[in-house]
Design a protein. Structure first.
Length: 314
């Protein structure tokens, strides 16, 4: 008995017609008949009842059909597994703005839980650079503030992240439950490198203006939240950062949410519009699950203690 005979038998059992079954298998009818007869001799049982105008399964044939289908299914799965192992899936290349923010790492952990064999390469890059790498194929998916539509790049909002201020523990504002935005008027405010975080810089500047003042920038800039935290720790300045930074909040510093007005930084997934791959779709689906489970798009939930409405200008 060989797999070809099993396949011929299953096809004939489905068609119950030698001519149609032979056509499906792309062989002549006589060859099909010979293979079925050979199979019956090898098994020592009659699988089919035949007449000039009639083909039917015997009880033995019906029982054999069930097992034959299972065997062919198992062989198919084994073949696919071998081919998949021989041609490993290319790694997923995911952009992150900064290793200090936890949104994308959480999403990727969820992806890895459902796709343990997938290799994920994280690329740290600002949103403008992520757009460039998405366009030229170096990135598969990214994350950032999709402030302006970019041709060829799709986006989906997945988190409204409360904005706060990072302070030294000894700072007079650190004892407040929330810090009014206008209180930052007397502080040196640290901004990120413009090429790295222009969106966050713009967001913070507009927030300050909405509270009636122009921020006084610290004379230097930084390219990472780690560097920002170090300057804050040394009491050189304060820094406005989304709440997703708090998981890496260094000792000696305190993060407090901003109020009057409260603001929520919008994180969106970014990917090439044309035919997202199955793994890009897996990232999008994982992000949607986490957003529902963790309330990422519900900034007005009571435990967040922030007003629901942002008053930032668009």
């Amino acid at each position: 008995m060989d797999l070809r005979q099993l396949r011929y038998f299953v096809t004939l059992a489905e068609e119950l017609h030698f001519g149609r079954a032979a056509a499906r298998e792309h062989i002549v009818q006589s060859a099909l008949s010979q293979q079925i007869q050979r199979l019956e001799r090898e098994l020592g049982v009659q699988l089919l009842e035949r007449s000039t105008h009639h083909v039917a399964l015997t009880p033995a044939g019906a029982a054999f059909l069930t097992e034959a289908r299972l065997i062919l299914d198992h062989v198919g799965r084994a073949t696919r597994a071998a081919r998949d192992a021989a041609t490993p899936t290319p790694p997923l290349r995911a952009g992150i703005v900064d290793a200090g923010y936890d949104s994308m790492p959480q999403i990727l952990r969820e992806v890895q839980r459902h796709h343990p064999g997938l290799t994920i390469n994280q690329v740290e890059a600002g949103t403008p650079e992520q757009y460039r790498q998405l366009a030229d194929g170096r990135l598969d998916i990214g994350i950032g503030w999709a402030a302006q539509p970019v041709p060829g790049v799709a986006s989906e909002l997945i988190r409204l992240d409360p904005l706060g201020v990072l302070l030294p523990d000894e700072h007079h504002l650190a004892g407040l439950e929330t810090v009014p935005v206008v209180a930052l008027a007397d502080e040196l405010l640290l901004f990120g490198e413009e090429g790295q975080t222009p969106e966050l810089n713009t967001f913070v500047s507009e927030l300050c203006r909405s509270a009636g003042f122009t921020p006084t920038p610290y004379e230097g800039t930084v390219e990472s939240t780690r560097a920002a935290a170090d300057l804050v720790l040394r009491r050189r300045c304060v820094s406005c950062l989304p709440s997703s930074f708090r998981s890496s909040n260094p000792p000696g510093t305190t993060w407090r949410p901003l109020s009057e007005p409260a603001a929520h930084y919008p994180w969106s997934l970014l990917w090439r519009e044309s035919s997202p791959s199955p793994h890009v779709s897996a990232v999008i689906n994982s992000a949607r699950r986490l957003a529902r489970q963790l309330g990422w798009l519900e900034p007005a939930r009571p435990e967040r203690r922030d007003p629901a409405v942002d008053d930032l200008p668009s």
